[in-house]
Each structure stands twice: as C-alpha cells, then as structure tokens.
Design a binder for this molecule. Structure first.
Ligand code: PCD
Length: 805
C-alpha cells in the first residue's frame, strides 16, 4: 500500500499554486543586476543608430545635407526618407488605421520628429554625426489646440488632402480624423431635456506619458547568408511586431525572429511600432551588420507614446432624490500629427464607452472626435485598457459634480446608483456586458474601513476651524468606485491590425515531472514567470517550482497578442488553465491504465490521480509523466505536451472602492496624503503578494498623473516637459503608505475566475487623488478644476476661491 503522507493540505501547499504569495522567481536576477535588457545585448560588429530630430513642430524640410556627417570617421551611413522611399519604407502603418512617416517626407508635424538616421561604429560617433547634419527647414503655422485645428485653414496632413473618408468613417475637416459614436443620442437628449436635475461639466484630461524606467530600443541583425532577420526589442507584443515587420518589409514571417528580452516597464509605451525599429532593420540590411537603437530619456518623453489628451464634456441627469437617468459625453481627442493610438480596430477611442462606470444608467450617448495637431503621436493606454482611465475619470468626476448640484453626499449618491449584484451579467447602455460584480459589498466594506462618517464629521469641523482662522489646512476626502474592462479580447470584436486578440500557452512536461510552458504574452515586471507557473501548478499538480515559464521569443512561443490592457491573466492565464486541463485529461487516461481501472474510476486529487473510493491507490503526476515517456500505453501517443489558444467569450470587469484622505495647505498648495485605502476585486487571486505590488505601483503612477505629471507644449509646439527636470516622477518622498484590501467576485466565464488587476489601481487611483483635491474645496464653492493638481495649480485654485484674502 502507498504511503498516505503528506496529507492533502500539505501536498496542496507544496504546489505553491493559486492563492499562494509565492516569491517572485525573476527577482533573483533582477536584484543582482543580472537582467538582460535590450541595451545589454552586444553582438559582434554591432553598429549604433541615432536620429536627427526636428526642432520645429511644423515645418517643411527643404534639404538635408549629409556630407559633413558622412565624412566623420566611424560614420557608416545616413538614411533619409529618400533612401527609404524606393523600398516603400519611408511611411509605416500605425495601429490605428493611419500611416506615419518613418523619416520626414517633405515636412515635419511635431517637435522631435525623426528626420534622418545616422549609423556609426559607436553611440558617441553617431551622436556627433547627428550634430553635423544640416537640415534646412521652412517654418509653417503651428496648431497645438485641437479646437483651433478643426477651424484652421492650415492643412497638417497634406498626404491626406482631399480624403473625406478615413479608417473610421467620414472626415469633416482636413484636420479631423474620425467621429466615433456609441449609444442612443436622441433618447439621451430626450431624457436630459426632461430631467429634474442636470449637471454639466467640461474637463481636460491632460497629456501625459508612461515614462518606463527603461526607454524603447531595438537591435536588428540581418543574416544575409541565411536570409534570417533577428529583432530584439522592448516589445509588449512581440508576435504582432513580427507580423508587422513581415508585412512592411516583405521578409517572410518564418525568416523573422522577434525577441523581447527583459523589459524595464512597459505601461503601454512599448505597444506601438516606432521609426527606430524600422530604421534599425533597414540599416542592418544595408550595412550587413547588427544595428542597435536605444532612445534617451528626452526622446522617450518627447516622441514615443503619449497618453490621454482628452477634452471631455459631460451632462448627467437625475431625479431630485439622486437616481441617475441619463449620461451624455463628448470628447475632442488630440492625437497629434499621426493617429498612432494603440486600440483594437473597431474601437478608435478604445474602451471609452465604458464611461457609464459602476452605475445603472438607463440611457447614454458618447461621441469622440479625433483631431490632428502638431504634437507627438501615440495615444497609448498608459496603465489602462484602451482609454478606460479617461472613461473612469470622466464618470467619477461627473458623479462628484452631480452630488454638488444635488447637495448630496457623494458616497451615498454612488451607493444608490450602483449596478446591483443581482443585475449581473449587466448590459450597459453603451454596449458592454459586465460579467460579475458586487459593488455594494465592496463599497460598504471600504466606507466602514475608513470610518467614512467620522471623516466627514472631521472635515466639517475643519471647515469651521478654517473659517474661524484656526487652521490654514483644508481636508479632502477623495472617493472612487471604478469598473475596469480588461482582457481584450474576444476575437469577434477585438483585433490589432486584423489579428484577433486571443492568447496562448504551450506546455511540455519532462519525463522527470518538471515542465516548461511558453505563452504569447511578455512580462515587463509583472512577474509572469511566477504567477503563470502557479496557475499551471494548481491545474496539473506539479509544483510551481518545477515549471519554467518562457515568454517573448517568437521562434519558440506560440502566437499571442502580448501584454498590455491587463489582458495576460484574463486571456493567456485562461489559456494556461486550459492547457493544464488538456494535460490532466491525458494524465487521467495514463493513470487509469497504470492502475488497471477504467478512466472514469480515477479522480484528480491535488498532485495525483486516485482510484475513486480507494485513495491509497494512486499515481502521482510525476509517476504519470515518467510513464508517458517510458511505457507504451495502448491508444496513446508517447509524451505529455499540449497547446491551447484561448479566445475569451467576454472581457473581465474588475472593480474597486478607493478612498483618499488629504490635507491641503492653502498657502503653499501642497497636498499631504494622510491615508489611501484601496479595495480591489479582481476575482480569483493568483498571487496576493504580486497583486499588492501591482496596486502599490499603479497607485503611485496615479498619484503622479493626478498631482503633477504632464507633457505640456507652448504655442509654438515646443515640448516643455522633455526631461525629468520638468516631468514629475514621484519618489518615496511623495508616496504615502497604501492600505490594501479586497473582496473576491470571480469572473463566471474565466476558467479559474480571475480578472486582470495590473491597471486597476491606476484607473481607480487617478480620479481618487483628483477627487480628494477637489473635495477639499467643495465647501468653498469649487465644482471642478483640471488636473494635474501640482502645488502651483492648487494654490491658484485657493486663490481663485478667495482663500488668500
Ligand atoms: N494577478 C494575480 N491575480 C489576478 C490578476 C493578476 O495574481 N487575479 C497577477 C498576474 O499574474 C500578473 C499581474 O498580477 O503577474 C498583472 O496581471 P494582469 O492584470 O493580468 O496584467 P498583465 O497583462 O500581466 O500586465 C499588464 C499590466 C499593464 S497593462 C500595465 S500598463 C502595467 C501593469 O501590467 N505595466 C507594468 N503592471 C506592471 N507592473 C510592472 N512591474 N511593470 C509594468 O510595466 Mo498597459 O495597457 O501596457 O498601459
């Protein structure tokens, strides 16, 4: 008879599977400086590329003189649009159905735009050569305001002149890109016209930037003998990059290997395709040597992947006692010189149509106008699922504005309008079907945890004290209840450049009962090597410590759409669970054969199959793995491997309840965060420790955006925040101690009930910090003021309200 120790509980713990705060396996190399980032890649005879960039935001390029640069020893080549044109590579497609200049083709449309690419023996020579290239420009009128751009005679995109149809429908002006609508406008207007109460507000969600620690970069290496191109890069979607490179270069896809090595943060910055990638590939083909291109910090901030820049106007209607009846939202979206937003094809404004938020709003309408201006292109989802941060900021501000109008408590207004638990799956007015939620439970838990009533009483007292001259500090209570939408997504409505957004996992179990699994996603710090092994451990009964996770090499990983939009858990995580189930199904047959019983007479028990009713008769997964390789089992192929491609039936809808308590010094404009409470519900939790880390990181980025981070331009289109001297990155000094909490409402359609979580703290955090600032001034008549709430702007708000008098 078999030994029955260890018991089931202990065996389960040994797996380090779902729910275990397993230590991050990748940290051994990260904490010892042994990571392998793009800039660590050094190939024999490697050359270095650097860009000549436009100092002007809008100008004609009259001439480019390369002579002096080419004469500099060590300079190998200088590429301009003229050199790329014969190859058809001077323009490239964007992820949004537009096209973008790889190198300036006759004109430039934003400051920092790529004009020429210098290739040299080392990076220093390349930088010196950049200085030697003489470009003659003829300045053109600059448009940095999208409202003015829509009225101006100045044609920004001359290449599109006369085109009245764009990738997303009709264009009504030469600087207009698209109008995207969702919902029922007539019905919404009717409700608004007849409503008891209507609150309106205009708000600007400023331009910002993901600013990952590591900037973007690539190393291209063309092996002319074998016809193989290897492209290493900071890619959040390596397979999609391989397909794009193949389509635009004509190199067959099997001859291209794309590798994302370790990535130092992505945050949406590394989803799109950039000129640097194309130029390094072309330069490698032309020179026959590997070519490296890595952005510096200024190039990163000024030219790749801005986020937001949404001018939003809302109307929200309600009954006098606070039941919301309708919502109207209009957005003017500033896309810069090219529409290079990274969104699924059918969603030119991403998932902005989740802007009804956590509330049961019977009728709604959304329209988004995309506009060209003389700013950098991008429009990436900086820690959010395709514009959901904008959507959540919009609705969470509208709720506050409505509460002011109704003279109601904002927490109570939320509570009476939440979608109820029994309404899920809930079909929202703008089209989404929310999978699951229990908002009231989460909200009540949060209110209780922070003693909400106590806080309000303290705040009222503070207002009295302020008025009586006893204090110069106001107190703000920021509230947010957000609903995220993550896991793009169902192939039926989500694609990137025509490729459906499924994801994948392939696993090979080795004879000794350990395994390697590969996925179509790519970690940028999230800890996938730790967590995907946990999902698999619970499914197949082998310890997570025995499962290696590999991502990011298109020669070995199964095709997948990559990591952004918190899609890895909802999509690739589901593929991992499903592949585990395929392994288990085969293992069950092997176990039954070995135990000499019928397949149906064995059942899975943590790490083994046992004979039903006789648990002392079992075969562990290790036994089964070995048998699959060393024994001929009738009717079964040898080996234990499987692959799964998962097309999710729906998105997942994580949610959360956040509270921020802040003191604001009205004389300095300095906010001091006293308390930040974050309750998150991401369904089944894979690794609570990693989730907590994700929450801390996302909240810190939210603090940055709400309280200071901004990409700002002057009227001439000069970027005023192109370095970390001006672009705010919070440090430990500004960051408070976060309190985290959770509820668990599993996703009904995900195989293990998990929803994404990485973006949630950012999506919920931004409105929460902003609401806290605004709430501090509510008693003094403030309805709304725009972010970022830096010290100067807060001081200005206090001043405008007469608090310095
Ligand atoms: N989890 C768990 N559980 C659950 C969920 C989740 O545990 N339920 C975990 C996982 O596993 C992982 C994480 O957590 O690890 C996350 O997840 P998700 O949510 O799914 O996500 P993903 O996909 O993985 O990722 C992405 C995200 C994003 S999106 C972002 S921004 C950011 C975040 O992630 N990024 C980053 N986080 C982070 N972290 C780090 N460290 N780094 C980075 O970079 Mo976008 O769209 O891209 O914008």
């Amino acid at each position: 008879m078999n030994d029955m120790t260890p018991d089931q509980k202990e065996r389960s713990a040994n797996l380090k599977g779902l729910g275990c705060s397993r230590k991050r396996v990748e940290d051994a190399r990260f904490t010892q400086g042994k990571g392998n980032y793009v800039d660590d890649i050094k190939l024999p005879n490697m050359l270095h590329g650097d860009f000549v960039r436009s100092p002007y935001a809008h100008a004609r390029v009259v001439s480019v003189n390369k002579e002096a640069a080419l004469a500099l020893p060590g300079v190998v080549a200088v590429l301009t649009a003229e050199d790329l044109a014969p190859l058809g590579l001077h323009w490239m497609p964007t992820l949004a159905g537009d096209k973008q200049m790889v190198l300036a083709d006759g004109k430039v449309l934003f400051q920092g735009q790529e004009v020429a690419f210098v290739v040299a023996n080392d990076r220093y020579i390349a930088a010196d050569a950049v200085e030697l290239i003489e470009v003659e420009y003829e300045e053109l009128p600059v448009l940095t305001n999208p409202f003015e751009a829509l009225k101006s005679d100045v044609v920004l995109r001359e290449d599109l002149a006369g085109q009245t149809e764009g990738a997303h429908g009709p264009r009504r002006h030469h600087n207009h890109i698209f109008t995207w609508e969702a919902g029922d406008e007539a019905a919404t207007n009717q409700v608004l016209d007849n409503a008891e109460v209507v609150a309106s507000e205009s708000m600007y969600y400023h331009r910002t930037h993901p600013c990952p620690l590591e900037t973007c970069g690539a190393v291209a290496s063309m092996d002319a003998v074998n016809g193989k191109l290897t492209l290493y890069g900071t890619f959040q979607a390596p397979h999609a990059i391989r397909t794009v490179v193949s389509l635009i270069s004509g190199i067959e896809e099997h001859n291209i290997r794309v590798v994302s090595p370790d990535i130092g943060g992505g945050f949406g910055n590394k989803v799109g395709a950039y000129s640097g990638y194309v130029c390094s590939v072309v330069a490698s083909i032309v020179t026959g040597k590997p070519v490296k291109w890595v952005e510096d910090r200024m190039e990163n901030l000024m030219t790749t992947a801005f986020a937001r820049d949404y001018h939003m106007t809302g109307k929200i209607s309600a009954t006098r006692d606070g039941k919301i009846t309708g919502l109207h939202c209009h957005v003017t979206a500033d896309h810069g010189g090219f529409d290079a937003c990274a969104d699924p094809t059918k969603f030119p404004a991403g998932f902005m149509n989740i802007c009804t938020g956590s509330y049961d709003i019977p009728v709604a309408y959304l329209a988004v106008d995309g506009v060209y201006t003389n700013k950098a292109p991008g429009g990436v989802s900086y820690r959010c699922s395709f514009r959901v941060t904008e959507a959540v900021y919009f609705i969470e501000r509208m709720i506050e504005v409505l509460a002011i109008k109704l003279n109601m408590d904002a927490a109570e207004l939320r509570r009476i309008n939440f979608i109820r638990k029994d309404q899920f799956p809930y079909k929202a007015a703008l089209g989404w079907e929310y999978d699951s939620g229990d908002y009231h439970t989460a909200w009540d838990k949060a209110m209780k945890a922070v003693d909400y009533d106590g806080l309000r009483a303290e705040q009222a007292q503070r207002v009295e004290d302020f008025k009586a001259g006893k204090t110069r500090k106001l107190m703000g209570i920021g509230l947010t209840h957000f609903t995220e939408i993550v896991g793009a997504g169902p192939v039926k409505n989500c694609d990137i450049l025509g490729m459906g957004m499924f994801d994948s996992c392939e696993i090979r179990i080795h004879p000794t009962g350990s395994a390697i699994a590969r996925l179509g996603t790519i970690s940028q710090g999230q800890g996938h090597a730790t967590t995907f092994a946990q999902i698999l451990a619970s499914e197949i009964g082998l310890s997570a410590d025995s499962i290696t996770i590999e991502e990011g090499d298109t020669d070995t990983a199964p095709y997948g759409l990559g990591t952004y939009g918190s899609r890895s858990t909802p999509v690739a995580g589901a593929a991992a669970a499903m592949v585990g189930r395929k392994i288990r199904a085969k293992a069950q047959m092997i176990a039954a054969y070995l135990l000499e019983v019928h397949d149906d007479d064995v059942e899975f028990d943590v790490d083994r199959f046992v004979v039903k009713g006789a648990p002392e008769r079992f075969k562990t997964m290790k036994d089964i793995a070995f048998a699959s390789y060393n024994q001929a089992i009738p009717g079964l192929e040898p080996g234990l491997e499987a692959v799964s491609y998962y097309d999710p039936p729906n998105m997942t809808y994580p949610f959360g309840a956040y509270v921020c308590v802040m003191d604001i010094d009205v004389d300095t404009g300095v906010p001091e965060i006293r308390r930040f409470y974050a309750l998150d519900d991401c369904g089944t939790r894979i690794n609570p420790m990693i989730i907590e880390g994700q929450i801390h990181g996302g909240l810190t980025e939210a603090l940055a955006v709400a309280l200071g981070q901004e990409i700002a331009y002057d009227d001439l289109g000069n970027c005023k925040t192109g370095s970390l001297m001006d672009f705010f990155l919070p440090t430990a000094w500004e960051v408070p101690n976060y309190e985290t909490d959770h509820t668990v409402t599993p996703s009904p359609h995900h195989p293990i009930g998990a929803k994404g979580v990485g973006e949630s703290p950012h999506v919920g955090g931004v409105p929460c910090f902003s609401n806290a600032v605004q709430d501090a001034f509510r008693a003094f008549g403030l309805t709304h003021t725009n972010m970022p709430h830096d010290h100067w702007r807060i001081w200005q708000t206090a001043n405008d309200l007469g608090l310095h008098d």
